[in-house]
Design a binder for this molecule. Structure first.
Ligand SMILES: Nc1ncnc2c1ncn2[C@@H]1O[C@H](COP(=O)(O)OP(=O)(O)OP(=O)(O)O)[C@@H](O)[C@H]1O
Ligand SMILES: [Mg+2]
Length: 370
């Protein structure tokens, strides 16, 4: 058996009429892996998933599932099952009939269908609901039935397209937990599309970040969070998002680097700071600082005034206007950090340079060391 759950090679989608919306993407998903696809609206996530499912022709490239080339195979022969945002249950059928329908149509014996439905219902804790009609279920229960319909088919790969986005926040949290549990219980290969970054960070063993039909970066959630290779990935993951400040870097590796921010503030970088060979000091860069990576300092730093504080209970977010500029930066208040600041106050902010990122004019990350 191949170790590869799924392999996309140069996968492209050009819709009739000319627009190419997926550009030659390469992606390997290991057997049993939970892979999340994220990215802004319209970046090609659903199109990619639909090409894997066989609901959309593949314009160019190759798709392998479990080591088999299925590029030109019909959907039913690919060993995949897809769960959509709108669960589309048959309203006149019971939960059990909905879950068993595909098996029955496929010619499976009644007793076997019943056994498969019963097993899936147990996994999903749907047992007591099997004789109900969809209209008598909550949104979360309906979504579980839709997942049950996929499970009974014992696919090699599960495809999910924003399955939780119709649910309210509390149900979404609960279903997220159940999906994680389900993945552990089934050991299934999963490709999961969302634009909810909390879902992406918590469910994904790896995340592929899409941007305009291309994959920007693939990696474990914390790798993407801490070491994004592009400004896009850095800005996409994290809430509130990373703060970006225009800057120029002067100096050199030997005598040390100094950042000159727009507005004239100068900040000395630690001696450990080093940059990729591609870095060209004559060109403007951007400094990226996450809201939790500012330090309040007594002297130096960037002077800013607190304009707004959002309290979230265990934490908060302060919005600060930089002196003499229109830029607003966000600062995360938590664990006693920044809890004393108040609206109207002027403070000095310094980036934690061990964690701050630098981006070049090509929007690629320039850091090598802190
Ligand atoms: N049948 C179609 N014909 C032409 N263009 C299409 C078709 N379906 C989708 N597109 C276009 O392809 C691009 C990618 O769409 P897709 O549905 O894959 O995006 P997405 O990443 O899933 O977005 P969302 O987060 O909004 O669901 C969009 O620009 C969309 O308008
Ligand atoms: Mg979509």
């Amino acid at each position: 058996m191949s170790d590869l759950g799924l392999s996309l090679r140069g996968l492209r989608k050009t819709y009739p009429g000319g627009a190419t919306v997926v550009h030659d993407i390469d992606l390997d998903v290991k057997r049993g892996e939970f892979m999340v696809l994220v990215g802004p609206s319209g970046c090609g996530k659903s199109t990619t998933l639909r090409m894997i499912a066989g609901l959309e022709d593949i314009t160019d490239g190759q798709l392998m599932i479990g080591g088999r080339d299925v590029t030109d195979q019909p959907p039913a022969d690919r060993g995949v099952a897809m769960v959509f945002q709108s669960y589309a249950l048959y309203p006149h059928m019971t939960v059990a009939e909905n879950m068993g329908f595909a098996l029955k149509v496929g010619g499976m014996k009644r007793t076997e269908v019943d056994a498969a439905v019963k097993a899936a219902a147990e996994t999903l804790q749907l047992g007591p609901l099997l004789q109900r009609k969809p209209r008598d279920l909550s949104g979360g229960q309906r979504q579980r039935v839709a997942i049950g319909r996929a499970i009974v088919r014992k696919p090699e790969v599960f495809l999910f397209d924003e399955p939780l986005s119709n649910l309210d926040a509390a149900l979404r949290n609960q279903m997220r937990f159940e999906l994680a549990r389900l993945h552990r219980a089934l050991g299934a290969t999963i490709v999961y599309v969302t634009h909810d970054q909390v879902e992406a960070m918590t469910l994904g063993e790896r995340i592929a970040v899409f941007n305009e039909g291309r994959i920007e970066q693939v990696g474990a959630p914390m790798v993407l969070y801490e070491r994004p290779t592009t400004r896009f990935v850095a800005g996409f993951l994290g809430s509130p998002r990373m703060n970006f400040l225009e800057a120029r870097l002067v100096g050199d590796a030997a005598s040390g680097w100094v950042a000159e921010l727009a507005g004239g503030t100068r900040l000395a970088l630690p001696a450990s700071a080093s940059f990729t060979p591609a870095f060209d000091p004559s060109r403007a860069v951007e400094l990226g600082v996450r809201p939790e990576h500012w330090q309040l300092v007594e002297a130096g730093g960037i002077i800013a005034q607190v304009e707004l504080i959002e309290q979230l209970g265990d934490s908060g977010v302060a919005h600060l206007r930089l002196d003499g500029r229109d830029d607003i930066v966000t600062f995360k208040i938590h664990d006693g950090r920044g809890t004393s600041i108040s609206i109207g106050q002027r403070v000095r902010l310094a980036p934690d340079f061990q964690r701050a990122l630098w981006f070049g004019a090509d929007e690629k990350t320039l850091n090598v060391g802190g």
